[in-house]
Design a binder for this molecule. Structure first.
Ligand code: FAD
Length: 265
């Protein structure tokens, strides 16, 4: 794979270019492996599109595209949709707005030091962290979506999406195990944010030093003390997280005001 020129970035920011590239990859590469969407697949895809349409911050062209896609999916009486029809709609809408989902993937905070590292999986984590924070910040966003009765709609939709579509099947199995064990205990929006953070750290622990570990971005408990000193404490000589401060940090880091449009299309 061709490696793009390095883009300088700030690790304390989240880049909309990564979120847009996540959706680009999801809609045009990951989904393209399914010729038609039907039954449970179609339901999972609809819920994912609804979630992003309602919770993606900023109200820009991404939200307009996802709203259009969502309205279209909900209005169709079909039980079965060819993938090509989804792609046509995404392409048409793109040429109208002209800004969303250009011709290439543009990784910024998710760029890897070598081709094949980071990129899409990094951006998918990032997207879902942003959505958990946005769900807390906009309490009424899920009304009348069919998802309003779920205690943790972002996690539930993520779980179903990963199980059904995520290209890395081993990742899907691990995530499903974790979800089955503890996701049902999540009752509040705060807990939803922290559950995903904690689960992501579990994956970081497991993958530290593995082949998928980018030497420039070694897997480690996150946030590091340099990103958030008050997140870390020591009790009787043992490292512990200060969960209140972790939550404050996550709200800030993945919040709408910390999104950078730099490199965005
Ligand atoms: P990533 O882990 O992708 O993190 C992206 C960015 O998120 C980081 O750069 C950092 O800014 C931030 N971040 C890091 N940790 C946290 C945290 N705890 N909370 C909030 N933000 C954080 N790969 C496997 O090989 N095996 C697996 O079983 C596996 N399971 C996965 C399950 C899911 C649901 C997903 C989305 C991915 C999975 N992956 C798995 C891929 C793997 O987790 C990484 O995404 C990939 O290796 C790229 O790593 P990265 O260095 O870009 O950092």
């Amino acid at each position: 794979r061709h490696l793009q020129p390095w883009r300088d970035f700030d690790r304390s920011k989240v880049y909309t270019a990564d979120l847009e590239s996540a959706l680009h990859y999801l809609l045009r590469v990951e989904l393209a492996t399914h010729n038609t969407l039907e039954g449970e697949e179609l339901k999972v895809f609809k819920d994912f599109v609804t979630l992003v349409a309602k919770l993606y911050p900023g109200g820009g062209s991404v939200v307009k595209l996802m709203e259009t896609l969502s309205d279209w999916l909900l209005s169709l009486p079909l039980q079965r949709i060819p993938y090509q029809a989804v792609l046509d709609l995404v392409d048409n809408k793109m040429s109208i707005s002209g800004v969303f989902l250009g011709a290439e993937l543009r990784w910024v905070g998710c760029q890897g030091s070598q081709a094949g590292l980071r990129g899409y999986p990094c951006s998918l984590w990032t997207l879902f962290h942003v959505l958990t924070v946005q769900h807390e910040a906009t309490p009424t966003a899920m009304e009348n979506t069919g998802l309003e009765d779920e205690a943790a709609p972002v996690l539930q939709v993520m779980r179903r999406y990963i199980r059904m579509f995520f290209g890395c099947e081993q990742c899907g199995r691990h995530f499903e195990q974790a979800a089955a064990a503890t996701m049902d205990q999540v009752q509040t929006r705060d807990q939803q944010i922290l559950w995903l953070w904690n689960q992501h750290n579990m994956v970081n622990y497991r993958l530290a030093g593995s082949l998928s570990d980018d030497p420039l971005f070694p897997k480690a408990p996150w946030p590091s003390p340099s990103l958030c000193a008050s997140c870390h404490e020591e009790k009787n000589g043992v490292h512990v997280w200060n969960y209140d401060n972790v939550l404050l940090f996550l709200r800030h880091h993945y919040g709408a005001s910390n999104l950078s449009p730099r490199y965005s299309m």
